[in-house]
Design a protein around this ligand. Structure first.
Ligand code: PBG
Length: 337
């Protein structure tokens, strides 16, 4: 059939004209295969302990470290913009070897979860980063063994404790981002045993060790020296992402994630093709910073670049996109209606 069509096109070069459906904005709109909607978008937010004014983040122009008060305002604005969720990260004042702040009900992240939930109730999905890196003095995502390596199974014990405190604080979903083996199973079992089968898990399943997290590490004032290559995935690997996703779904993940998004669209498309649960993609801090820097220099059309980058992530197969532009983009989408 395709060959016959091609033969027809060759015989009558003027008959088949793909440009016809691109002629007007209304025509293009009517044939768009992918659409963006505010409900596709999730906003990551940073909240810092002991802060009196919201603080800019040098490498992420336009993104703030929030105070507890300004966070509430940001969460209310996110709800008003019609996005579906916020994903909270805490920056504690004090860090230690086991990341005690992460499991302290009065710790900054847990207080922020409660604040956000009190502010908007069930109008947004309140998601919490479930990882130790913001809370440990060494900056790794887990606790360390005496030899200085990251101790997988000891970290799982801390994650289980963290999941319970986040659930008690009011998180609708916990988002384990530490890439420890077995983390989804342990968190699911712990929540279920505690009677919290209502709390969901957004699993950072295919999370790659990436240079594109650089600005985020400023945002959370990361103390990490070295890298996370012994637990996050190697950028070379595509098939391995399917193994991670398969395991997380089997362990009880409600949503699986690919991260970063833009440099890993092949992985995202693979995952979207086989996943039996919704697929999220995280457009990370470095993806954000690159567009902002180019736009600030007048080298790129900011609004078009942002819209195209998120559309590309959706086209590759993401159901949900975590993006620092979520609220601004949602406003643009509503303007266009
Ligand atoms: C770990 C975590 C990181 C990001 C989200 N969760 C940093 C890391 O793995 O080093 C990065 C997000 C971004 O770059 O926007 N808690």
């Amino acid at each position: 059939h395709a060959a016959a069509l091609a033969a027809g096109a060759a015989a009558h070069p003027g008959r088949i004209r793909p440009r016809r459906i691109r002629a007007t904005a209304a025509m293009r709109r009517s044939v768009a295969e992918t659409r963006l909607h505010p409900a596709d978008l999730i906003l990551p937010l940073f909240v810092k302990e002991g802060l009196s004014e919201p603080a800019p983040i040098g490498s992420m122009p336009g993104v703030l470290q929030h105070t507890r008060d300004s966070l509430k305002q940001a969460v209310a604005e996110a709800a008003a913009a019609g996005i579906s969720a916020v994903n909270l990260f805490g920056v504690p004042e004090v860090r230690d070897a086991t990341g005690s702040g992460a499991t302290d009900p009065d710790g900054i992240l847990n207080r922020a979860i409660a604040d956000a939930r009190a502010e908007v109730g069930d109008a947004l999905v309140i998601q919490a980063d479930l990882c130790l890196d913001e809370f440990t003095d060494h900056g790794h995502c887990g606790v360390l063994a005496p030899d200085g390596t990251v101790d997988n199974d000891a970290s799982l014990v801390r994650y289980a404790e963290m999941a319970l405190v986040q659930a008690e604080s009011g998180a609708h979903m916990v988002a384990p981002s530490g890439m420890m083996d077995g983390q989804i199973a342990v968190i699911r079992d712990t929540l279920d045993t505690a009677g919290r089968s209502d709390v969901g898990i957004l699993a950072y399943s295919a999370k790659f060790a990436s240079a594109f997290y650089g600005p985020f590490r400023d945002a959370v004032e990361s103390t990490l020296e070295g890298d996370r290559r012994t637990y996050q995935m190697d950028a070379a690997n595509r098939r391995e992402a399917l193994r991670e996703v398969e395991l997380d779904i089997a362990e009880g993940a409600d949503v699986v994630m690919v991260k970063p998004a833009g440099p890993y669209l092949d992985v995202l498309a693979d995952v979207a093709a086989v996943s039996t649960v919704p697929v999220a993609a995280y457009q990370v801090s470095g993806e954000y910073a690159m567009v902002e820097a180019a736009a600030a220099n007048g080298w790129i059309d900011r609004r078009r670049a942002i819209t195209e980058s998120v559309l590309g992530i959706r086209r590759a197969g993401a159901d949900q996109v975590l993006t620092y532009w979520a609220v601004e983009l949602a406003h643009w989408l509503r303007e266009e209606w």
